[in-house]
Design a protein around this ligand. Sequence first.
Ligand code: HDE
Length: 688
Amino acid sequence: MKPTVPGPAAKEPAETSPVAESLATARGLQSGPDLTTSQGVRLPDTDHSLKAGPRGPTLLEDFHLREKITHFDHERIPERVVHARGAGAYGTFTAYGSAASVTSAGFLAEKGRETEVFARFSTVLGSRGSADTVRDVRGFAVKFYTAEGNFDLVGNNMPVFFIQDAIKFPDLIHAAKWHPDREIPQAQTAHDTFWDFVSLHTEATHMVLWAMSDRGIPRSYRTMEGFGVHTFRLVNVDGTSSLVKFHWKPVAGVHSLAWEEAQLTAGFDPDFHRRDLADSIDAGLFFEYELGIQVLPDTDDETFEGIDLLDPTKLVPEELAPVQPVGKLTLNRNPDNFHAETEQIAFHIGNLVPGIEVTNDPLLQGRLFSYLDTQLSRLGGPNFTQLPVNRAHAPVNDNLRDGIHQSVVHQGIAPYLPNSLAGADGPVPAGAQSAEARPGGEAGGGYVNLPEPVDGPKIRANPVSFSDHYSQAALFYASLSPIEQGHVAEAITFELSKLYEQPIRERVLEVLANVDTELTEQVAAGLGLPAPVGKPPAEVTPSPALAQIDGRTWPVAGRIVGVIGTADTDVSTLQRDLKTHGVVVRLIAPTGGDGVERTFQTARSVEFDTVLVTSATTDPRVAVLLQEAYRHAKPIGVSGDGVRTLTAAGIDATAPGILPDPGADQIVTALAAHRVWDRVPLLKPPVS
Ligand code: HDE
């Protein structure tokens, strides 16, 4: 049963869009009141196989049994080699028109133009069935079904990457995934091979700090930033190019789980993020992000303020190049079928449209090969672009033919160019010609690359600037708020504590010593090791935009308040008042009953952003729930006899963020700050 969540009614998708039409056709392919075989033969009995008498052997001639079992045997497809665990949704991207000066891509340039999208969020390391809340990088992949063809922005929730050259990707992933002998640990970086690799391969240092920061454990896909990571090249209608970095800015702000909360959630609700996405959309509490670009001059050296723009381990601080908003994405429709849509969607960084080009970033260059290639084995052949979720909205006429699972019935006899047998209006394309060459002379608008000169000796090498592995790691760490810095130290200490090999711990400390002395000392102290002395970069100018705890407040839609009471507690007024802010209220009582959504047995703190305790109980499960909420710096409201419950749990009712008799407004104000940051200094420091 779906939970009752407030909010405006979920919007029905516009049934007129091309994707909706192709999906509607796909949905309609199976209908009718009777069960049939896949050949359409009606079946009166699907519960008994055909046997020689009730006790006899099963007969080979039972075509229904054989078809049913055979199809079942082949229900699974290979999971993605990385990013296997994910969830997705459809949405609409609306352009502000502000990008018109830098790109001819219509879906960005034309003010008000709406483009349908599918977004898939993912973890990187875990298998399909792993938990959502593990510490990991999150994928943030968006397919824009534009009128000029599909454009895929296949990004992550962190702006840099572990490696500079695609050729290292198999090494990185072999080190980061489970150990090959026992296939453990699942969806974790807290193991020897990961830290072995990243401590030997120091260009990973910057990204490792991002992964160990709060960005590695987002509260929701709704509260994650997204980044294209690489530098792209945009070209406007005049043929002028700029270098750009893509950013997704969540309207709800950046918000993360506490580490203990993330670990508990992996057990209590491994589907935490995908459930949040699906339930929120069902409730009309849509996920929203602004797309922004940092625009940088396309100079010969492809460098900006000393930052090599082809190096994917480097970011450009927003203070040096502001992120300019160019449009808004609203995710507003759940897929109907996980396999058909979320599992079969095929992203490819080479899905580009006119006005958007790639650069020579060697990580990006290798990705251009990988994505198409991986779909061939994952989706079983070259015709995966015909699957409804992958189909372009723009007309497709590609002269590609045949292959496994071909579902187009091609017409004509001349799928080649040049030809003299296909008429201009015929089913076979006349060719990707310029406007002049087209019959009727209509605008060409095809994809034409900027004629960039390419020159250089054949060589396996990186630019010299790529050898700076520490200055931006230091920049990132120095830019975090003190609370976030503490979390980084705790996370690294936690992960290194899990290693078997002491020399790897020591080597990581030596790497950290080149980033920040205090961080190195904290981690070393937590591990009981001496802190090596390194040479952190002498000068770092912090970039405040990299901190996520910065005193700002955010919209609270989608947050959940748990009310601890009895089956008789009336939460209707609070529910009504908070509903206007998109906040969900759940009653937690000793046993089930009318309006009770969780019992003391089924409730756990991780499900709630705020807890309101209204009745007296000494139930130890409630004490644990409150203690966790307190430790995770969540606002806690107290009313009536609730104060006795709080005291029994050993919580000081005068501590920061304990709200006496809070009304909806106070709860909203507290939630808008994400957590009670003032309480953090009172909590026992885990690293000592
Ligand atoms: Fe990917 N990556 N990747 N990646 N990646 C895949 O494609 C690859 C990289 C990213 O929701 C695979 O269809 C190489 C950076 C996302 O379906 C595969 C390299 C970034 C997703 C692949 C990278 C990403 C993938 C696996 C180094 C952020 C999930 C299945 C050169 C900018 C997309 C698939 C989805 C998926 C290869 C590095 C993002 C194997 C070789 C950097 C979000 O093709």
